[in-house]
Design a protein around this ligand. Structure first.
Ligand SMILES: Nc1nc2c(ncn2[C@@H]2O[C@H](COP(=O)(O)OP(=O)(O)OP(=O)(O)O)[C@@H](O)[C@H]2O)c(=O)[nH]1
Length: 212
């Protein structure tokens, strides 16, 4: 992981990426690989959400990539759903090539994004994970087609066998796209707003600038 040079003005931007897909498709493994460079030997079902971060340099900017590794199991996610979708800058959809049901669930995850006002301007990618276990009857061609229809980059990947460079390719393109997208958007009008105490923590998280 790159680190902030302590003597440089400590300002960077945060890019919030949510990782969505059925339980067990490898969301935790993928985000872990990106943030630590290693495939985790053991993972537990995510409850609610896990956060992982990595500092990267994109086109001269310092960006804190904040990954929201969401729970795939409905019972572990329903209380958190509203929080996942606040101020999202990019989305990673993951399915498991050995699990056709996880492929069939993709429209559900896309629909959920839409319901939470994530429009097509929010960059997204589709990852077909566990390619090391790929079988003849795999869904890869259908997934490639789905990605094309939704204008998403598509990656056939293995969090287990994939290298740090490969996982970096998936995320760095997404972060670059998200940061370009953000530049296009006008700054929100400045107004005086007194946040309630309950919202204060969430408000703080939503800001693009941070001290790190
Ligand atoms: N062979 C193989 N196994 C993988 C790969 N990615 C993840 N796994 C395994 O699949 C299982 C589930 O992985 P997780 O990363 O916990 O899946 P998840 O999507 O985060 O699951 P939830 O937190 O329940 O939503 C674990 O046993 C991982 O070791 C992969 O690329 N290849």
């Amino acid at each position: 992981m790159d680190s902030c040079e302590f003597w440089i003005p400590a300002v960077c931007r945060t890019c919030k990426i949510i990782v969505l897909g059925d339980a067990g498709v490898g969301k935790t493994s993928l985000t872990h690989l990106y943030c630590t460079g290693k495939f985790p030997e053991k993972t537990d079902s995510t409850i609610g959400v896990d956060f992982r971060e990595r500092l990267v340099h994109v086109g001269g900017d310092k960006i804190k990539v904040q990954l929201w590794d969401t729970a795939g199991q409905e019972r572990f996610r329903k209380c958190m759903v509203q929080h996942y979708y606040r101020n999202v800058h990019a989305v990673v959809f993951v399915y498991d090539v050995t699990n056709a049901a996880s492929f069939r669930s993709l429209p559900f995850w896309m629909e959920e994004c839409q319901q939470h006002m994530l429009g097509p301007d929010v960059p997204r990618v589709l990852v077909a994970n566990k390619a090391d276990l790929v079988t003849v009857a795999s869904t890869i061609e259908q997934a490639r087609h789905l990605a094309e229809v939704h204008s998403m980059p598509f990656y056939v990947f293995s969090a287990k066998g994939g290298s740090k460079e490969q996982v970096d390719t998936i995320f760095s393109k997404l972060v670059l796209q998200a940061s370009k997208q953000r530049r296009k958007k006008p700054e929100p009008a400045r107004s005086i707003k007194l946040p309630s105490k309950a919202n204060a923590v969430e408000e703080k998280k939503d800001k693009w600038t941070c001290n790190c």
